[in-house]
Every structure is written in C-alpha cells, then in structure tokens.
Design a protein around this ligand. Structure first.
Ligand code: AMP
Ligand code: MG
Length: 333
C-alpha cells in the first residue's frame, strides 16, 4: 500500500514500545521508528499491575517520540496495530486502550495482532527468509512455530516456564542483575565443566523448572557459578535446538529464524548455526532490537494484515491473554 504508515503498540509484558513502519521500495517494510521503555521490577518477578501502570505513563511519550522520529502526523497514519495477546492482562489492556484512543483520534482502523506471530513475521519481512521455522525463546514464551496448513502452528513449546524466565529466576536467587540472561552469558564464557542438569524434552515439548531446581541445588553444593551458567546454557539451548531441528525435518523447511530476547545469546545463535549448517539449511537472527519485544514487529504484522483487508472493530478489540498462535486466521500469505 503506497504511502501507508502503520503504527504498532507492544505491551504484552515488561516492555512498552511503539514502532512505525512503511513499505520500502524493495517490498520490505522500512522501520521509521521504534521506541521502547522496559519496566524492571525493583525486586522479584513482574508484577502485572505495576508494569501496566508504568506502561500507562510511558506510552503517550513513546507515541509522540515515535511519530516525531518517523516525521509522521497521527492523522497520516493508515492504521494503529496493537498486541492483542498473549500476555499479562493489565499490560495488554493498557496498550489496547492507548491504541483505541489513538485510532479514534486519528480516524483510522485498529488492527489487533498476535504477539508470537509478530515475532515470526518481523523476521520474514526484514531478513527475507521465506517460510522459516521460528524458535521463539523469550522470558514468558518458548515455542517452535511454523506455517502449515494455512495457519501458524506450535510444534513444540515449554510445558512450564519460558527459557528466559528460567534464566531470570536462577539469576534472582543467585543475586544476578535482572534480566539475568546477559549476566549468565558472561559467566558461562568463563565456565567449562558440564554439570549433569536434567535434559527435559518430552515429545516436541521442553520443560525448565527441573533444571532451575537442580541448578540452584548445585549452587548450594558449592559448584562454581561459571560452570553452572555454562551448563545451563549448554543443556537448555541443546533442548531448544533439538526440538527446532525436529520441527524443520517434520515440515520440510530449510530456514530457521530466531526470535525473543534469548536469541541475543551468542551461544544459542552458534548452536542454531551449527545445526542448520549440518542440515544444509540456513539460520536467520534479527538485530537485537527486533528480537526483543518491540513495537515495530507489531506494526509490521499490522501492515500485512491491513494489506489483506483485516482490521479489528473496536467492539472486537478486547485483549486475549491466552491468544494462541494457532487461533490466528492467516489471510495475508
Ligand atoms: P523478551 O521476553 O523477549 O523481551 O526477552 C527477555 C528475556 O531475554 C529475559 O528473560 C532475558 O534474561 C533474556 N535475555 C536477554 N539477553 C540475553 C542473553 N544475552 N542471553 C540469554 N538470555 C537473554
Ligand atoms: Mg516476545
């Protein structure tokens, strides 16, 4: 859609973010702006209400900054997209309210998008992979997703906590800063001893709470933090790469796309690269700012849906905390 400008609002968990995209000349979207504010819990895990309050304060400024940076007036937008789910209720509702208000003021349609599908579509749109298996590894979510039979389907997922959540919970108990992923990566680079953490793949699904308990016990037993961090990464990521590889074999794909904050980890990227190379396949890793939760990916998927004529009437714009990847009707590809 020539001249189209779609603004996307992300607020499923700890990140409030606003992105604006327009179609580029090569058919790939151009990201005109992408502004984020990450809420960090003073202690403990995410408190949904407190995170939502922080988002409510941050979003008006983020919207203004994103419009200014993109040099777009609200009235020139073609649509306002927002992450309709899955996520934390209060956080989702805050983003949805901001989106409704902006869309009504600007007199443009709303587009409610699925957050997990947006992680996949932003990679397809920006990196040019065509039909990848997505390994989506973030704080709250851990899923292996591919397009099959007209829908995005979840081929494997965590049965308990997300892989990033496991890292963060371990880090909290061990006194590491939040989020713990980067600190664990730093420690792991100085570790070398592979400790026997539980490798928990059940069918195509993974589980991480047993690993968390075992890693914390190893710490009490006096193992070096460097070795525990090293072992967590080796075992946790091997589980993910195994399931991703089996999904690729099952659906016959030769592209692997990484997404989610954990995809910032160089060891995970390396293991994914080794697996795909050995299969004669290719792996794609978006820039970090498009791997973590971000408004641009919501705008990218919103623009695709808008292009296919999909919009969300205000009366159907209630948030969906448990919005499943395979509930999305895919009409844009
Ligand atoms: P997201 O939920 O997608 O916003 O991503 C946040 C999650 O990514 C948190 O659980 C972080 O601990 C994790 N994370 C961020 N950077 C890294 C890293 N370098 N290695 C592992 N995990 C990371
Ligand atoms: Mg995410």
């Amino acid at each position: 859609m020539a001249g189209s400008r779609v603004l996307g609002i992300e607020s499923t968990a700890h990140t409030a973010s606003v992105g604006i995209v327009s179609p580029g000349r090569d058919g790939r979207p151009r990201v005109l702006s992408n502004r984020s504010a990450v809420w960090r819990p003073p202690e403990g895990g995410i408190h949904p209400r407190e995170a939502a309050n922080a988002h409510a304060e941050a979003l008006p400024g983020l919207i203004r900054e994103a419009l200014r940076e993109a040099k777009v007036a609200a009235g020139d937008l073609s649509a306002v997209a927002f992450a309709q789910g899955p996520g934390l209720g209060p956080c989702l509702r805050t983003g949805a309210s901001a989106a409704r208000a902006l869309a009504l003021t600007a007199g443009v349609p709303l587009v409610g998008v699925n957050h997990c599908v947006a992680h996949l579509e932003v990679g397809r749109a920006l990196l040019g992979c065509e039909d990848p298996v997505l390994l989506y590894a973030s704080g709250g979510n851990t899923q292996v997703i591919a397009f099959a039979g007209g829908r995005y389907r979840v081929f494997g997922e965590t049965l308990d906590i997300g892989v990033g959540n496991m890292l963060d919970k371990f880090g909290r108990e061990a006194g590491l800063p939040f989020p713990a992923g980067p600190a664990i990566e730093g420690l792991a680079s100085r570790g070398s001893k592979l400790l026997p953490l539980p490798y928990s793949v059940k069918g195509m699904d993974v589980a991480y709470s047993g690993m968390l308990t075992a890693a914390l016990q190893m710490r009490r037993d006096g193992e070096r933090m460097e070795d525990i961090a090293f072992s967590i990464q080796e075992v946790a990521f091997a589980m993910l790469v195994e399931v991703a590889e089996r999904a690729m074999a099952h659906v016959g794909r030769d592209e692997l796309l990484l997404g989610g904050g954990v995809a910032a980890n160089a060891r995970l990227v390396e293991m994914a690269g080794t697996m795909t190379r050995e299969r004669g396949a290719e792996s794609f890793v978006p820039e970090r700012r498009f791997c973590v939760d971000n408004g641009a990916m919501i705008a990218v998927l919103g623009a695709m849906m808008l292009g296919a004529g999909v919009t969300t009437p205000v009366g159907e714009s209630a948030v969906r905390q448990r919005f499943r990847t395979d509930e999305v009707e895919v009409s844009w590809r």
